[in-house]
Write a protein that binds this ligand. Structure first.
Ligand code: F6P
Length: 538
């Protein structure tokens, strides 16, 4: 019989430890050990991870590691890498890590080595991507393809759009990339309004190929294309599909030669290194795409083999548990000081919250503790002039992840120095604040002193890398993927299903009927009925 989280010996010790730690400020901790800045960090895989500005000391990490050990973390991690069916509710392996394995590795699912299949798809993607990039692939009317429109939602959109924005610097600039996800027709209309169908390729990205939003947008795209090009045979030159569902792809009318497959052991939010990455590969080219995969793989290997104390995703994941479950932090901010990472927080929202936003354990028991915090964020300096006020002086504890790079991709002095100075300053201000004494010393009007005090003691991590490039992007994404796994192990939830998205989908289907049929008798609650009636009223 599995022990409940709160009954574990390490949990109980952590509860006591928290009582001690909550009365010690980060400032106190630095006074006790002025050198902690050079101790509480990990420098691995080109990432300098500073976690000294946290409400922890060495013992905290030891205890959190004991908790991980009591939860059987290492065995569970290894089971994932081996391809065991750890997604128990769906009876599936979880092998996004296999997607970035080198060719010579063997990984088995149901006695079948999947690595050759993965590389076959990667090679097919490379041929296709090069044809588009080199103008070899022609549209129906003989034009080069200049516009690539990815149609997908959730994991079939957020990874591609985030990676395109993040790696735009490396992209082929004579190609235009657009991403359509929302079922709101305005998303599609705006994406194509200045595009010429003769030069446009639609990539329909959907693991299931049944998702309402994506299928509706794909049908609209088909209509848009055929209205201008007139001929059904145009579809094969202007549509590609990324999916696990060959039958549905064929039913839609997409030539299955233009289909790039993946497998049920790749979760949607873990799929950006599967065929779902086709738009990324077209944008940056196969070589750079493989550099990105190598970055992912390097972090996978780090996660798999680095000692836990020196393991970036392990420490990250455990720190999240520390604040979430002991300090009652409700949210976690992700603040990239790199404009190209502007969609990174949105990408992480699905990765983290669709994974660990769960209320039952793997055995189906209701949890008696908090699970995933709410992840949110924006590029750093923009946030400073918006919501940072609350992080500094509000009443909530919001652990922050700062992400920065030593070198900018665009050399425009003095921008980079200003940017990084701001990032480092924010972590310092959050941790150490400003006392009333310090404010008074500045000759501040006594009435204003309380308003100008910064309590400090607000925790943050800083992730510092050399420069944003495909490999480093891969490392960062894999780092968060694995920290989510660590959290899931501690909370004993399944990070790989997403049953909480189903009910709304089913009800929407019912309501679509209610909206379309003029005389239907509404069977919902009175509020829902009234909303439907309001919509239908002329
Ligand atoms: O509804 C949630 C979800 O299933 C996500 O997990 C997934 O990434 C997204 O929808 C899109 O699914 P698909 O790729 O099958 O269209």
């Amino acid at each position: 019989m599995k022990q409940a989280l709160k009954d574990l010996a390490s949990w109980k010790v952590l509860e006591k430890h928290h009582q001690d730690m909550k009365s010690q400020s980060i400032k106190d901790l630095f006074s006790i050990d002025p050198d902690r800045g050079s101790k509480l960090n990990i420098n691995a895989e080109g990432i300098y991870f500073d976690f000294a500005k946290h409400r922890i000391k060495g013992t905290t990490i030891e205890l959190l590691l004991q908790l991980a050990s009591e939860r059987g973390f290492e065995a569970k991690r290894d089971a994932m890498f081996r391809g065991e069916k750890i997604n128990t509710t769906e009876n599936r392996s979880v092998l996004h890590t296999a997607l970035r394995s080198p060719k010579n590795v063997e990984i088995f699912v149901d006695n079948h080595n999947i690595v050759p299949d993965i590389h076959e798809v990667l090679d097919k993607m490379a041929v296709f991507a090069n044809k588009i990039r080199n103008g070899v692939w022609k549209g129906h009317t003989g034009h080069d393809i200049k516009n690539i429109v990815n149609i997908g939602i959730g994991g079939s959109d957020l990874g591609p759009v985030m990676a395109y924005e993040a790696l735009k610097y490396f992209s082929q600039r004579n190609l235009t990339f657009r991403f359509v996800s929302n079922v709101d027709g305005s998303d599609f209309a705006e994406a194509v309004q200045d595009l010429n169908p003769d030069e446009t390729l639609f990539i329909v990205a959907s693991k299931t190929f049944t998702t309402l939003e994506t299928m509706t947008n794909a049908q609209t795209a088909r209509k848009w294309l055929l209205e201008k090009l007139g001929n059904e045979s145009a579809v094969s030159k202007h549509f590609a599909a990324l999916s696990t569902n060959e039958k549905e792809v064929a039913k839609f009318g997409i030539d299955t030669n233009n289909m790039f497959g993946f497998w049920d052991w790749v979760g949607g939010r873990y799929s950006m290194t599967s065929a779902i990455g086709l738009s990324t590969m077209i944008a940056i080219g196969p070589e750079k795409y493989h550099e990105m995969l190598s970055g992912f793989h390097a972090m996978d290997e780090h996660f798999r083999s680095a000692p836990l104390k020196q393991n970036i995703p392990v420490i990250m994941g455990l720190l999240t548990v520390w604040y979430n479950n002991f300090f009652d932090a409700q949210t976690q901010a992700v603040l990239p000081y790199e404009n190209y990472l502007k969609r990174f927080p949105a990408y992480l929202q699905q990765l983290t919250m669709e994974s660990n936003g769960k209320m039952v354990t793997l055995d189906g028991e209701k949890v008696t503790y908090e699970t995933s915090p709410i992840y949110w964020g924006e590029p750093g300096t923009n946030g400073q002039h918006s919501f940072y006020q609350l992080i500094h002086q509000g009443t909530k504890i919001i652990p922050c992840d700062f992400i920065g790079f030593k070198k900018s991709l665009n050399q425009l002095p003095p921008h980079q120095d200003y940017l990084i100075a701001n990032m480092i300053a924010q972590g310092e201000a959050l941790a150490f604040g400003k006392t009333a004494e310090e404010v008074k010393m500045e000759g501040t009007d006594p009435n204003l002193v309380p308003h100008k005090v910064f309590d400090g003691n607000r925790p943050s991590s800083t992730f510092f890398l050399d420069q944003l490039n495909p490999s480093n992007l891969g490392k960062l994404v894999a780092m968060y993927e694995h920290s989510v796994f660590v959290q899931g192990v501690i909370w004993d939830v399944n990070p790989f299903d997403q049953m909480g998205v189903e009910l709304g989908k089913v009800l929407a289907q019912k309501i679509i009927k209610d909206l379309l049929e003029p005389e239907i008798s509404l069977q919902h609650d009175s509020s829902t009925n009234a909303l439907i009636q309001f919509y239908k009223a002329i």
